[in-house]
Design a protein around this ligand. Structure first.
Ligand code: ATP
Ligand code: MG
Ligand code: MG
Ligand code: MG
Length: 470
């Protein structure tokens, strides 16, 4: 079953059950500087859930473009390592704004998986929040799931909150068991390990409380439903392949990389460069199509990091010249029907990618030589100093993850604490400079800076902490 068919079936099924079909919102959330990227289908409905905005419908369905490459949701380091994580992916979601609740959400989800996708209940498992007895019962009564396939998990996995206060609630996740041959060891199990045998496909969030400033949970008068299912993961299962990268969403892009490089893809660690490059060029294409530009700040910096990471993996395949830009048309061929923006902007997207590749290559080769030299001097098991990592960042534009990857390949660590310290010092210097600027040129300084507090990225260097004004 092709991904395009799954998208259509999903929209049609929920439309037939009274849901309004709502197009994907942009990856760059409109008018929300607190969010780096749209990381889930519910983002565009935030105010509807909060009761701040009224719509003409109380049930909605969407296929949302999502990005998890920075901020609270960051899967960048997982890409190419697991079979199921990308930075850019599509989330299928159905939503109830104070309309149906747990029972109907479970009935609909189960009906879709069994009735539309034809999945056997024998491969499905579900999780519930540890104290959610109601969901535990409903999965048995409504869906006929046997209790030994319902796993109770803690808040880390199964309690969802929009923020420190506001709507929140327990969730239930649906997993497919890909079979004992995928087990990671004798203790492999749902909730026991992080391997790909049990793959989470769908998350059903039961928004039933309003948390106040004291942390007290008050029942919401009209509980709501927010769900999200990863298209690529479902496609992988439906197509009988071992990873998202072997689906019809990715194979053609990987084939294009094979053709350009002359190397062949293999699952497992050797295939990692292909998976990373395929994911990253998709993400970059979608971001550029939305008008994000490469920069040293905020979203543009995240995109720059993604491109540099893809280029470094490209070098492992022997690319010495810009090559990513040549993959853009292939992304268009795979995704253009569902997302015309990636085809419409193709020429300028290609030009921007090529220009950025060129720009990095001119500093990269010098930086790589320096890095190689430094690593030569360190025995395996040793550590690259924070000062060296910082110099590579500051002088040659090496994001920390790039240095970390290269060191790791030789069994060398990086003193990240020292690196962070140097970053913090540089950030403080920049802050002081800006404060001085603000005194001298109050208007200009104020209009260019939105604040550090709005965005916290995991390990991103200094500039990423500033959000650009859109
Ligand atoms: P995981 O535990 O596997 O990282 P998650 O619990 O972080 O997934 P959710 O936030 O519940 O994911 O998102 C809803 C659904 O979106 C998931 O069930 C999954 O199918 C899909 N999904 C989440 N992250 C990714 C990703 N990085 N790449 C592809 N699909 C994803
Ligand atoms: Mg995750
Ligand atoms: Mg999860
Ligand atoms: Mg989840």
């Amino acid at each position: 079953m092709q991904a395009a068919v799954i998208r259509q079936k999903f929209l049609r099924f929920f439309e037939d059950h009274g849901h309004q079909v709502v197009p994907s919102a942009p990856i760059v959330p409109a008018g929300d500087p607190t969010l780096l990227f749209t990381a889930a289908g519910m983002v565009q409905f935030k105010d509807v859930f909060l009761g701040l905005e009224q719509r003409s419908y109380r049930r909605a369905v969407s296929v949302q473009k999502c990005m998890r490459a920075g901020g609270k949701h960051n899967d960048l380091d997982q890409v190419g390592v697991t079979a199921r994580h990308q930075t850019f992916f599509e989330m299928l979601g159905n939503f109830s704004f104070g309309d149906y609740f747990k029972e109907e959400a479970i009935r609909l989800a189960w009906g879709f998986l069994l009735g539309e996708l034809g999945l056997s209940p024998d491969v499905l498992w579900v999780t519930v929040f540890e104290t959610d007895d109601e969901a535990y019962q409903l999965w048995q009564e409504v869906a006929g799931v046997s209790p030994d396939r319902i796993v109770r998990l803690g808040a880390h996995d199964n309690f969802w909150a929009m923020g420190d206060t506001g709507p929140c609630g327990p969730c239930s996740e649906i997993y497919v068991d890909r079979g004992p041959e995928h087990a990671c060891g004798p203790h492999c199990g749902l909730g026991q390990c992080e391997c790909d045998r049990f793959t989470e496909i769908w998350n059903l969030v039961f928004m039933q409380y309003d948390r106040d400033a004291e942390g007290e949970l008050m029942p919401l008068p009209r509980p709501s439903i927010d769900t999200g299912m990863g298209l690529d993961r479902v496609a992988a299962y439906m197509q009988g392949v071992d990873s998202n990268f072997e689906t019809d969403l990715f194979r053609p892009i990987i084939a294009a990389i094979e053709k350009l490089s002359g190397a062949s893809y293999a699952p497992g660690p050797e295939g990692m460069p292909f998976r990373v490059i395929a994911d990253h060029i998709r993400a970059i294409t979608f971001l550029l199509a939305e008008g994000v530009s490469f920069s040293n700040e905020g979203r543009g910096y995240v995109m720059r990091r993604i491109l540099r990471r893809a280029m470094r993996f490209g070098m492992m395949l022997g690319f010495e010249e810009p090559f990513l830009y040549q993959l853009v048309p292939q992304v268009g061929r795979v995704m253009g029907e569902a997302y015309p923006e990636v085809v419409n902007g193709e020429d300028s997207i290609q030009a921007l990618v090529q220009q950025e590749e060129q720009r990095f290559l001119s500093t990269l080769s010098a930086g790589l030589r320096v890095l190689e030299q430094k690593l030569e001097e360190i025995p395996a098991g040793g550590v690259l100093s924070g000062a060296d990592a910082f110099q590579l960042y500051d002088t040659f534009g090496f994001p920390l993850d790039l240095t970390r990857d290269a060191a790791l390949e030789r069994g060398i660590g990086v003193d990240e604490a020292a690196f962070d310290q140097l970053m913090a010092e540089q950030r403080e210097r920049a802050r002081q400079n800006r404060a001085r600027m603000a005194e001298l040129l109050p208007e200009q300084a104020a209009s260019e800076f939105l604040g550090y507090e709005t965005l916290v990225l995991n390990d991103e260097p200094l500039q990423a902490l500033y959000v650009e004004r859109d």
